[in-house]
Ligand binder design. Sequence first.
Ligand code: ADP
Ligand code: MG
Length: 234
Amino acid sequence: MEELLRRSEKLTTVGQLAAGVAHEIRNPLTTLRGFLQLQQESKKLALSHVALMLSELDRINLIVGEFLILAKPQATRFVTKDLRDVLQDVIALMNSEALLHNIEFRVSLTEEGCLISCEENQLKQVFINLIKNAIEAMPSGGRIHIHITHKREHITIAITDEGMGIPEEMISKIGDPFFTGKETGTGLGIMVTQRIINSHRGTMEIKSQVNVGTTINLMLPALKEARENGILEA
Ligand code: ADP
Ligand code: MG
């Protein structure tokens, strides 16, 4: 519970974040400017310089994209959806990237309806962020297990990888803005995820063991009608 509170506290000020974003963007901008100046002084750019410029631009784009999700006003459109459909859309979207990294999805879905009220694209963003992290945790491939259960008021989604895991002393820092353990990470994925889950009145829990893997447990409130009537059409 304390951990949950602590997490929601650090999600409050978009303004603080903006300062961080500005800082993160300044480095790649400096690199870009340097190369363009070289070009202007008519020292021809090497192809490797151009590749670097592109990757710096991609990085800026990534950081700004994740920031926009956070900064967007929260009053978005909530619709009734079956969580299994949302998840299957995301898996279809990410399947080719997973295959490329030698990763296989193992999905087990409850037979019961999983209706929730959600902002669909934001929820998709959650699954994309978590699956991306799982893929990145398994550089030589492996399996991602996705398990959905529906018990009374709650739907739980467990996303488990067989990756490198997270050292215990690192777990409390995950979700802090710009905290990343990766060379090219933005350190915004979990923060965005936590924020979206909060806005859906859900909770997120991280369990991890170094060299064994990580499980992210999400719990979201199920729609009342779905509980009373059993399976409903979405
Ligand atoms: P990013 O992926 O850009 O680094 P995130 O907020 O998504 O930012 O994740 C923060 C950090 O948490 C990651 O850099 C990584 O060190 C750790 N992490 C998150 N998910 C996992 C996972 N499934 N396995 C191992 N480490 C993880
Ligand atoms: Mg990430």
